[in-house]
Design a protein around this ligand. Structure first.
Ligand code: NAD
Ligand code: LMR
Length: 341
């Protein structure tokens, strides 16, 4: 089989859903924060995904109507809605994959880290319920700041005695989707052919595209390299500013998360050679316990964290410059659970 790397998945979801899967298992996906800006379009894309059999939607508000609305689409996915903490257990029970976009988004002028005070507690509480009701599910965290919320989820699962490093994934696929789009546009390439790995984390300069590893090979001048790297790292902020107080990226994020979910389900179903970039527990960079890099997805979640390959001088310098921020945001998440404020 052809070795599929992250960028191949830039093809529309419906096209990708036509892939052959070795095993078509019944798969329950739980979506927490399902009535939100990301939650609603992501729920629609999952309702259209042929690898999903049941879609359980949870939110603290407005989810009953979203579930009723979505359930009328004549695809075979069974949709259920759950509101409030007392219904969370039922939503999670039996889930193979849990996706979390619950939490507040940025407004202009804010960094992702400014969301920590609100979103850290939301993620911790939801993951406590995951530990209790679906400890074997693969967990995908979209809620920002991802550099901290993933460590929070991991420490919470460790405290509950159910942590499995293969099962916790920080969703950075939007960075790859953006990198693929911007590089194809800049170089006049077909979108579906372009694959740019993006490593590091998911905030500011911790978002590091490896343009030197672009497929197909592309050349950039030093100035182009810097401009393209900044454009990819700042793309979230551009959307926040354009939405002018009405939130951050939702549609492109739903697209990117649906792609990550589909790749995860393909891996769970035994499809070989499914690769995505994701923020996971990692030892690819010394003294950095979490890192986004290419991972192989398999029947239990993350089957293998891949190495970084060769970085050019520009990428090496960018990596050295961003590591202190990434490490400190990771530590902030770990401390939130280990030594609560
Ligand atoms: P939103 O405000 O539109 O939706 C958030 C939803 O979460 C709301 O429906 C809200 O009711 C729900 N919610 C809040 N607390 C909850 C709880 N305790 N349990 C369940 N649901 C709860 O926001 P959005 O635009 O959908 O963004 C959601 C999060 O995703 C933000 O933190 C945002 O920064 C992040 N985000 C991440 C990426 C990424 O690349 N990882 C991209 C875009 C946005
Ligand atoms: C993004 O990259 O679009 C998200 O992380 C949302 C944000 O705050 O920028």
């Amino acid at each position: 089989a052809a070795r599929r790397v992250s960028g191949r998945a830039a093809a529309p979801i419906a096209v990708r859903a036509g892939r052959r899967s070795l095993v078509c298992e019944a798969r329950k996906v739980a979506l927490l924060g399902a009535a939100g800006g990301i939650g609603q379009p992501l729920a629609l894309l999952l309702k259209m995904n042929k690898f999903v059999t049941e879609l359980a939607l949870y939110d603290i508000a407005n989810v009953v109507g979203v579930a009723a609305d979505l359930s009328h689409c004549n695809t075979p996915v069974k949709v259920t809605g759950y509101t409030g903490p007392e219904e969370l257990g039922a939503c999670l029970k039996g889930a193979d994959l849990i996706v979390i976009p619950a939490g507040v988004p940025r407004k202009p002028g804010m960094t992702r880290d400014d969301l920590f005070n609100t979103n850290a507690g939301i993620v911790k509480a939801l993951v406590e319920a995951v530990a209790k009701h679906a400890p074997n599910a693969v967990l995908e965290i979209i809620t920002n700041p991802v550099n901290s919320t993933v460590p929070i989820a991991v420490e919470t699962l460790k405290l509950a005695g159910v942590y499995d490093p293969k099962k916790v994934i920080g969703v950075t696929s939007l960075d790859i989707v953006r990198a693929n789009t911007f590089v194809s546009e800049a170089k006049g390439l077909d979108m579906k052919d372009v694959d740019v790995p993006v490593i590091g984390g998911h905030a500011g300069s911790t978002i590091l595209p490896l343009l030197s590893q672009t497929t197909p090979p592309v050349t950039f001048t030093e100035a182009e390299k810097k401009a393209m790297t900044d454009k990819i790292a700042n793309a979230g902020t551009v959307v926040v500013e354009a939405k002018a107080g009405k939130g951050s990226a939702t549609l492109s994020m739903a697209y990117a998360a649906a792609r990550m979910a589909e790749s995860t389900l393909l891996g769970l179903n035994g499809e070989p050679n499914i690769y995505e970039c994701a923020f996971v527990q990692s030892d690819v960079v010394a003294d950095c316990p979490f890192f986004a890099s290419k991972v192989l997805l398999g029947p239990n979640g993350v089957a293998k964290v891949m190495g970084l390959g060769e970085l050019d001088a520009f990428e090496q310098a960018a990596m050295a410059a961003m590591l202190p921020q990434l490490k400190s945001e990771i530590q902030k998440g770990l401390d939130f659970v280990k030594s609560p404020p």
